[in-house]
Design a binder for this molecule. Structure first.
Ligand SMILES: Cc1ncc(COP(=O)(O)O)c(C=O)c1O
Length: 376
């Protein structure tokens, strides 16, 4: 008999998604003009406690749009953790600027803020902290450093919807915060993203560039002064987003509860490193991630394959940016030493983490994982 499959993550669509989408479709509001776009932006801004939220069509372009609105382009440098998802760097490359890499901390897997200052040059314009897997990066020293050097801070909060740093929502602390609503995120619109800011002028730039640089005021004369982008989110997606946002606190709590159960069950297992805790952090646990250390007895890839055979889906950690051929060929400096990223990347995986995971599923994942360790 085949075992029931446990996916690494599935969207939960338990609220008013269908009702809102049906309303949008029945009234014909299926493109980016429509009431749900405005409502989703308004409610998302309220949720974050920021002045402006601007919808876009995915998280990658959210980052690009924010970089453009910050005036970043050719000849500029943007500091980014080497241990991140590739989209953080693609967005920087779209502007013509150069990503400059900093290693992660060994235990939190987040940007090592103490190494940032050494990477600042006369060309540095911005820092892009990434709240990896939902754990907030240590923002206070980073914001202080950025202020001292006059740098823009652009939070990549794609994985950190609902995460908090010292009581402040991730994405709400920098000059810009960027989110993804891909289907595996804590809330989803299928594909989608958001940029938030407290600065009125930045918000204008975001709205201007996301809509092909059509003039924001006055009649539409099809006369463009700048080259913009079509990064608009459809009203149908925003309808799903609004319904998801109504349940965000519940979804975050479910993910945190999953994490508590995993930690309880896996703590003390030889060869398994659990996610770090930080006193300043409320981790939304977008993904419950672990390292399979060398003394586990099997490699990370062997563990993933064995769990896969038992119908348990997992994902490996990101490959660091300094090891990416595309970024080397783009002209990034891939030299230097990144021992922490090189340690965690080949050893890390995330376990099933969706908001709808049951206690029985978590128990089965832990039981199977623990049973894989060879008896010594
Ligand atoms: C850290 C990070 N940044 C950016 C993105 C890009 O988001 P999207 O897939 O919506 O383009 C992701 C996506 O998962 C991500 O994990």
């Amino acid at each position: 008999m085949s075992l029931p499959f446990i996916p690494v993550c599935e969207p939960l669509l338990l609220g008013r998604e269908l009702e809102y989408v049906t309303s949008a479709v029945s009234k014909g509001w299926i493109s980016s003009s429509g009431p749900y776009v405005h409502e989703f932006e308004k409610k998302f801004a309220e949720h974050l406690g920021v002045r402006h939220a601007v919808t876009v069509c995915n998280g990658t372009v959210a980052l690009h749009l924010a970089l453009v609105a910050a005036g970043i382009g050719e000849g500029d440098e943007v500091i980014v953790p080497t241990f991140t998802m590739f989209a953080s760097c693609s967005a920087i490359c779209y502007t013509g600027a150069k990503p400059v890499f900093v290693d992660c901390e060994r235990d939190s897997w987040n940007l090592d803020v103490s190494q940032v200052e050494a990477k600042i040059t006369s060309r540095t314009r911005a820092i892009m902290p990434v709240h990896i897997y939902g754990l907030p990066c240590d923002m206070d020293p980073l914001l202080e450093l950025a202020k001292r050097h006059g740098l823009v801070v652009l939070e990549d909060a794609a994985e950190a919807i609902g995460s908090e740093y010292k009581g402040q929502k991730c994405g709400a602390m920098g000059d810009f915060g960027c989110f993804s609503f891909f289907a595996n995120k804590v809330i989803t619109t299928g594909e989608g993203g958001m940029v938030v800011t407290n600065d009125d002028a930045h918000a204008e730039q975001l709205r201007y560039y996301k809509n092909l640089c059509f003039p924001l005021k006055g009649p539409r004369r099809y006369l463009h002064e700048h080259v913009g982008f079509n990064y608009r989110m459809p009203n149908t997606s925003a309808a799903i987003g609004l319904a998801q946002l109504e349940r965000v606190d519940d979804y975050v709590e479910r993910r945190r509860e999953n994490a508590r159960r995993y930690t309880e069950r896996l703590r003390g297992q030889r060869g398994i490193t659990l996610p770090a805790e930080r006193s300043f952090a409320k981790n939304s646990f977008w993904m419950y991630s672990i390292l399979i250390e060398d003394d586990f007895g099997l490699s990370r890839d062997q563990v993933m394959a064995a769990l896969g055979e038992r119908a348990i889906e997992t994902r490996s950690f990101f490959v660091p940016m300094h090891q990416q051929v595309a970024l080397r060929d783009y002209g990034c400096d891939v030299g230097g030493s990144y021992p922490n990223s090189e340690h965690v990347s080949p050893r890390g995986l995330y376990l099933p983490s969706g908001s709808g995971l049951t206690d029985e599923q978590i128990e089965r994942v832990c039981r199977e994982l623990i049973a894989l360790a060879p008896v010594s």
